[in-house]
Design a protein around this ligand. Structure first.
Ligand code: HEM
Length: 324
């Protein structure tokens, strides 16, 4: 075994054996595939660059796909599996008609398979693509540890409870992230992922027209002009239509935190960051120029991408199906 391959194995084992809080600071190895598929990381990077050039907004899709993968059964590409009976993670409430990037990840996988079949996991591709997408639209980079295997199980019922809800309180968000080993500081900084991408009107209907279950009520914590703007974009009962995650939806910056502080966050979960002293302090800190948001986000992403991943699985041939 060459030294790179050994590094890869050590990194993979460390990711499993050590608590996640320690993992985040381990030396990691993008070069893990250097002996078996040296072009893997470059293929992902080039393809992500091309995807983002064609549609900058897709950076949000790729970032969110990795997040939703890691929160259910760890980062094992379970989110990519299809189910003939619509019972897979991708069919769950937070994911169906909302998650995107499946086609793009499939294309990246096909390009890698054409060069070196059967060695690069879909889970690693998701982790690399999220990182490369964030970097491409202005975020800091992080070293992605590689060597994940792809899982063979994907359950709608698990995603329904493990993915945080846009209606969650601060404490519920903290508990949800704690369940995968992420602390409240990491929860707040990772919410900064809402600096890129899009949302659908369906995600804000309740806040605008049925707050607290009261017909016609609007969440009073939304800045009134912003509430009016949102209602114009999202008339009652309209589900589709794309909303921008923040005013610079195609650029990774700190405007999300400025928006939340100004009571212009899209979701109740965004607004609820202000309901705790710790959340308020962090949102305020990250809303200022020159804060550590970029580096803190990268460090938290590294930790998130190390959630409970396994070297005990398979390398799928196609990302949407387990190997026969
Ligand atoms: C804190 C708990 C979170 C909640 C409740 C939440 C909820 C949501 C919701 C409801 C949407 C809109 C989906 C739609 O309407 O189609 C969304 C979009 C998004 N979320 Fe989150 N999210 C959370 C945390 C995160 C984290 C940790 C990240 C990444 C690190 C992230 C990244 C994104 C991105 C990039 C989008 C835009 C997706 C796209 O452009 O397709 N979110 N989120």
């Amino acid at each position: 075994m060459g030294s790179r391959a050994l590094m890869c194995l050590i990194s993979a084992l460390a990711a499993i054996l050590l608590p996640t809080s320690t993992n985040a600071y381990l030396p990691t190895t993008d070069g893990c595939y250097s002996e078996i598929c040296p072009q893997a990381t470059t293929i992902v990077k080039n393809m992500v660059n091309k995807i983002i050039k064609e549609n900058r907004n897709m950076a949000g899709g790729l970032l969110r796909l990795h997040f939703h993968d890691c929160f259910v059964r760890g980062c094992d590409a379970s989110v990519l599996l299809d189910s003939p009976s619509n019972e897979a993670e991708k069919d769950a409430r937070p994911n169906a008609n909302s998650l995107r990037g499946f086609k793009e990840i499939g294309e990246i996988k096909a390009a890698i398979e054409a060069e070196c079949p059967g060695v690069v996991s879909c889970a690693d591709i998701l982790a690399l693509a999220a990182r490369d997408a964030v970097v491409e639209v202005g975020g800091n980079s992080w070293s992605v540890a590689l060597g994940r295997k792809d899982g063979r199980v994907s359950l709608k019922s698990e995603a329904d409870v493990k993915i945080p809800s846009p209606f969650d309180t601060f404490d519920q968000l903290v508990q949800n992230f704690a369940a995968v080993g992420l602390n409240q500081h990491e929860m707040v900084v990772l919410s900064g992922g809402h600096t890129i991408g899009r949302a659908s009107c369906g995600a804000v209907q309740q806040r605008l027209y049925n707050f607290g279950g009261v017909e016609g009520a609007t969440d009073p914590s939304i800045e009134p002009k912003f509430a009016k703007e949102l209602k114009e974009k999202c008339p009652q009962n309209q589900q589709g239509s794309e909303l921008s995650m923040d005013s610079s939806k195609n650029t990774f910056d700190n405007l999300y935190f400025k928006a939340v502080l100004a009571k212009k966050g899209l979701f109740e979960s965004d607004a609820n960051l202000l309901t705790s002293p710790v959340g308020l302090e962090l949102v305020t800190r990250y809303s200022k120029p020159g804060s550590s948001f970029y580096s803190d986000f990268a460090a938290a992403m590294l930790k998130m991408s190390n959630i409970q991943w396994s070297t005990d699985g398979e390398i799928r041939r196609v990302c949407s199906a387990i190997n026969a």
